[in-house]
Design a protein around this ligand. Structure first.
Ligand code: LLP
Length: 424
């Protein structure tokens, strides 16, 4: 359920026609809906009712300050994976005691930042990282509460590039070594192991992998407690999928039922790190058709958005629905088209042979379900400026990240003195 619907023949974000935003902001642009963010957060929160659960939004899915603030004002904390994300979460107003720091290669500077900002927990992913964090904490006379991320060797049945819980993946500490690592951590003065953390992958459309992973976590918690390690928190990661095409991911209620069943009686505080689930359906990428070109065997709709703006189709063969901003008349015959961007590689293709109502140059289209890993993964490839982001709330909208100017794009570059003209 989202708030991008047709009203009087125009695709709107809540009460604002996307065409009106396009006129004022130019295309392409990302548009997010506050009502949809709110709905997704509250549905997820309500599904977890009765559990001692903290929802830490995975900032990597959408790092826009206004999006983070919208979610944090509803009660969300943040899951961050870099010093930059940590600073963003704080800048957006997330309380440090609701921030967890995950990631496989945190640098010493990032560990220092985690210690100095007083966040809730660092999830350690390797033994060398454990040693580094212990050292950094001892230097400050601190004892940092940590989670140890375990790799439960469970197949998430999702795209290979976003599966993380198999033993051949780089993430976490091997399930069978975890007990020994906790024992080591317990003896360190700078860290206090209080949590087991797990994240098995993203865009999961089945419950079974969660059930398998959470059952392993349960067994581990009981084992660790028997070893005298006081596990008080469990971090379950994110990963619950959303419908992009015809997939039917489990509901938050069904996901919560698995959590209750496997972990509900342990008396642990639970941390959840949903990203896509909260923001995926809350955003669209709006683009204008520049040309329609009749090729030898197919028709190409060439739009002004490209793979640098939304890389998911090129990178993961991801499907995004394409909706004309002007509502097609009922019964309009569809025709198969390739929707492509202007970048000089064939991978710059959003959809192949997609059945769409006829499109013409100048028409606006919206790529649906682009709120997660859209703007967050964008780049300036082909020297295309990052696209602006707009947040809608009811009948209001605001540009929450501006389009950089050409001067902004060049601002960090300079010519070395041997390439500058001799000024004599
Ligand atoms: N927690 C950890 C430790 C993670 O690594 C991730 C995502 C999440 C939480 C949030 O997962 P979510 O709830 O969003 O599934 N760029 C890819 C997705 C990469 C996900 C990486 N980790 C895509 O566009 O599909």
């Amino acid at each position: 359920m989202n708030h991008f619907q047709y009203h009087r023949g125009q695709l709107c974000a809540e009460d604002v026609p996307l065409a009106r935003i396009a006129e004022q902001v130019g295309t392409p642009f990302y548009c997010y809906s506050t009502a949809t963010l709110t709905r997704h957060y509250t549905v997820f929160r309500d599904a977890l009712a009765g559990l001692d659960a903290t929802i830490c939004f995975a900032v990597k899915a959408n790092a826009n300050l206004a999006v983070i603030r919208t979610l944090s004002s509803l009660g969300a904390g943040a899951d961050v994976v870099s010093g930059g994300e940590l600073r963003r979460a704080l800048a957006a107003g997330v309380a440090p005691e609701k921030i967890v720091f995950s990631g496989v290669g945190k640098t010493r500077a990032e560990l220092d930042l985690a210690l100095d900002t007083g966040i809730l927990q660092v999830n350690v992913e390797s033994e060398p990282e454990l040693t580094a964090l212990d050292e950094a904490a001892r230097e400050r006379g601190r004892r940092m509460e940590i989670g140890v991320r375990v790799n439960p060797d469970v197949d998430a049945n999702t795209h290979a590039k976003i599966t993380t819980g198999r033993k051949e993946n780089k993430f976490g500490i091997e399930w069978t070594r975890a007990r020994e690592v906790f024992r080591r951590a317990k003896q360190m003065a700078g860290v206090e192991p209080v949590a087991v953390a797990v994240h098995i992958g993203s865009q999961l459309t089945e419950l079974q992998p969660f059930q398998d992973a959470f059952t392993r976590v349960r067994d581990l918690v009981l084992m660790l407690r028997a070893d005298g390690i006081d596990i008080r928190r469990i971090d379950l990661g994110g990963g619950l999928g959303v419908p992009y095409d015809d997939e039917e991911p489990p509901s938050p209620e069904a996901y919560a039922a698995i959590i209750r069943e496997t972990l509900g009686d342990l008396g642990c505080r639970l941390i959840l790190e949903p990203g896509r689930l909260l923001v995926g359906n809350a955003g669209v990428l709006v683009s204008r058709i520049v040309y329609v070109k009749e090729g030898a065997t197919r028709t190409f709709a060439i739009c002004d958005a490209a793979m640098n703006d939304l890389v998911r189709p090129a990178m993961y063969d991801a499907h995004h629905d394409i909706r004309p901003v002007r509502e097609p008349a009922a019964g309009t015959p569809l025709r198969a088209m390739d929707v492509v961007g202007p970048i000089c590689e064939s991978g710059d293709t959003f959809a192949k042979q997609r059945a769409l109502p006829p499109l013409e140059a100048g028409d606006l289209i919206a790529f649906a379900t682009a709120g997660a890993y859209g703007a967050a993964m964008s780049s300036q490839y082909n020297s295309r400026p990052l696209v602006p982001e707009v947040l809608v709330a009811g009948d209001r909208f605001s540009v929450v990240r501006a389009r950089p100017s050409f001067e902004d794009m060049l601002a960090l570059e300079s010519l070395p003195e041997w390439l500058t003209p001799d000024r004599g």
